[in-house]
Ligand binder design. Structure first.
Ligand SMILES: [Mg+2]
Ligand SMILES: [Zn+2]
Length: 231
């Protein structure tokens, strides 16, 4: 029987060591990508607009992109965490405001590409050009993300009757889902966000700690289903 918890897990800097999109831009980004990054950090544009512009500035062949992606590693304890979740019959979905192509390629290297992924869709545009599509965008989500994690969480938590959401993440694209989650394993700026907003959380520096913390979370009594958020 499926567990009453589901796990939604960020990818960049949570599962992966480093931010994949940043690594690719540093290597293959044409002039202008860092100005977009600055405009996003200043709150002048949302991450969807930022990512769309940045990916259009990537100049790399598929083979070059693959070679760069092949150098990116994941948290060494993540495979054990996936196994622990599976053993407890808890579904785990990767929710990311990054590039689906890179996520699948990296997970495949660790035999983890069976995990469902909600992310932005990278497609080739020309021989050395790329285009990012946003099948999970929600224009009204206040994060301005390419992939809205709160909408994904809402949908996944109601699939088989109400489920509690454990969010694991680290950054601003996780904020909207943190508001909706029943518990958060947080690091980096997500920790401060949870503190400021009174969201139940635990500081988790890596998956070794997440793996150790999971059993006690699952033993908590089942609260009544959360009230759905509206958009
Ligand atoms: Mg992240
Ligand atoms: Zn959202």
């Amino acid at each position: 029987m499926p567990h009453n918890w589901i796990i939604l897990c960020d990818f960049d800097d949570t599962i992966s060591i480093g931010d994949v999109t940043d690594r690719l831009l540093e290597r293959f980004g044409q002039a202008g990508w860092d100005e977009l990054e600055t405009a996003w950090k200043l709150g002048e544009i949302g991450s969807l607009a930022c990512l769309a512009g940045q990916v259009a500035l990537l100049e790399a062949s598929p083979a070059e992109l693959d070679a760069a992606i092949a150098e990116i590693a994941i948290d060494p304890a993540f495979p054990a965490f996936v196994a622990a979740a599976a053993a407890a019959q808890i579904s785990l979905t990767v929710v990311s405001d990054g590039l689906d192509y890179a996520i699948y390629a990296i997970l495949a290297r660790y035999g983890l590409d069976h995990l469902p992924v909600v992310a932005n869709h990278l497609v080739p545009a020309t021989e050395r050009g790329w285009h990012l599509k946003f099948p999970h965008a929600k224009p009204l989500c206040r994060t301005g993300s390419g992939a809205c994690k709160c909408a994904a969480g809402e949908r996944l938590a109601s699939l088989d009757g109400p489920r509690k959401i454990l969010l694991i993440g680290d950054g601003s694209s996780d904020f909207c889902l943190a508001d909706r989650a029943d518990f958060v394993f947080a690091k980096h700026s997500l920790t401060a966000y949870c503190r400021e907003h009174g969201i139940a959380h635990r500081v988790i520096p890596d998956f070794e700690h997440a793996l150790a913390a999971l059993p006690s979370l699952l033993k908590q009594p089942v609260p009544s289903p959360s009230t759905p958020v509206s958009f």
